[in-house]
Design a binder for this molecule. Sequence first.
Ligand SMILES: *[C@@H]1O[C@H](CO)[C@@H](O)[C@H](O)[C@H]1NC(C)=O
Ligand SMILES: *[C@@H]1O[C@H](CO)[C@@H](O)[C@H](O)[C@H]1NC(C)=O
Ligand SMILES: *[C@@H]1O[C@H](CO)[C@@H](O)[C@H](O)[C@H]1NC(C)=O
Ligand SMILES: *[C@@H]1O[C@H](CO)[C@@H](O)[C@H](O)[C@H]1NC(C)=O
Length: 467
Amino acid sequence: MTDSSGKVESTGWLPRKKVILTALLLVTVSGVLVLSTYTDLGRVSIATSSGRKWVSKMLASPGQGVVSTQLYPAATEGNCSDINRTVASRVCPVGKPQPSQALPQRSPLGPGQTYASFDNATVIQCSGDSPFVFCGGRPAMRTPAEKVADAARHRPWKIADVRRAKWQAETRFDNCRYSNCVNVGNRPGPDTDVVHVYGVGLNGGFPRPVRHPNQMWLYSVWESPHHTHADFLSNERSPWNSVFNLTMSYRVDSDVFVPYGFLAFEPTPMEKRPNYYEIAKGKTRSVAWFVSNCRTPSKRQDYVRQLKKYIDVDVYGACGTPCAKVNGKCTKELPTTYKFYLSFENSVCTDYISEKLYKIYTPGMHVIPVTRGGTAYARYFPENTFIDAAEFASPRQLADHLKSLGSDLQLYSQMLEVKDQYRWFGGLGSMWCNLCEVLNTKHVGQKTYNMKKWFGDGHCKQPRDIG
Ligand SMILES: *[C@@H]1O[C@H](CO)[C@@H](O)[C@H](O)[C@H]1NC(C)=O
Ligand SMILES: *[C@@H]1O[C@H](CO)[C@@H](O)[C@H](O)[C@H]1NC(C)=O
Ligand SMILES: *[C@@H]1O[C@H](CO)[C@@H](O)[C@H](O)[C@H]1NC(C)=O
Ligand SMILES: *[C@@H]1O[C@H](CO)[C@@H](O)[C@H](O)[C@H]1NC(C)=O
């Protein structure tokens, strides 16, 4: 999960001949990357061995600046009539599509001259479904008739909750898509189907309830292994190591996958979008970081200290300038003043992505997240909406990229516009609903986890990007 070798396809905005030109350029610059080009729905996609990662590199690397000038002007040549209407109709202007006017070649802009980052005929398509991204929008509620059918298919699933975090919402199912689950309290009986045990701080000292046959025991966790404090992480003989049949966590391979958020592709009609170019132009600072934990296993504090040598970074919170909690002035300024926001995780562990990333995918949050964590972000999150620090060998290279992207207002404002078509929804508040849905729809729980292997061994990495 922590490498990005999966083949991902990347949809650029390039017409065919530009792609071939770009491909040739790239082969000469980097010698390796391009595997094929093909046309998809009137647009051109580039498939490479490293998928989307390659595209952001292409936009990125200083030595490849020539490639990004090939890329950008092509982006104005999109044609609404060419693409799949079922996807496009939600974003294409209503009526007969106009061939797009060519925008001026990127800069120089005349005095007072402005334009929207995308013209009306350029269509933003969803980057593709992933465990985190719903291209068709949020899942709909089930109809009352479907709920009746669910209830008829299975007597209510009985869930006992023997250990719950204070912050975890009460175990309730009444507003869920699938609601044929009930909370039977903290004493599992012979007919209890699932026994939930929250995993942070779970050690031999916490007594195991009596186990009834056919009962599934469920482990839940939303901290990285560094902050889980459970003895089975290092000790297979822990009484809790080999008792669980189900997992519920932010890990993509959990039985009940509950990340801190999902993203729905919900494009705003063209005429209702703000002028992203103007928003970009109004920004005066480069990078903001809001942080309360100053010493972390990911050593993000050291990374940022180096980053600051090469680009302006304003640090707010316990490890920087205190952010007035009362009026929230600094968070209010974030989307108007800053170009980039550091969504740096405290740990570099498999799939560990906190709300620091998701919260940027909310309306009005006009800032581009920079990720640093243990996930193959390019594999899961929409291309051209974020920058992943893992694609840069050092803080200095990341800073160089942020500077060049931040000064290319067309390219940068296009990223703002693409990002703004995705919305954060769900998250930890929906965990019980997710559990009930999985119980109804998947055949799970027919195994015993070795928790040390599943959660402990080899899932966190030492950072190697700090000199
Ligand atoms: C258009 O896209 C939708 C959704 O991806 C797909 O189901 C449909 O088959 C496509 N239609 C054509 C003609 O390609
Ligand atoms: C846009 O698509 C239509 C229909 O496929 C085509 O006739 C037109 O020439 C295209 N315009 C451009 C600028 O490619
Ligand atoms: C884009 O569409 C909007 C609303 O339909 C319109 O007001 C505007 O003039 C269009 N811009 C261009 C460049 O065609
Ligand atoms: C769940 O795990 C327990 C403990 O190892 C095991 O005895 C039981 O058979 C497992 N349940 C299923 C359905 O595999």
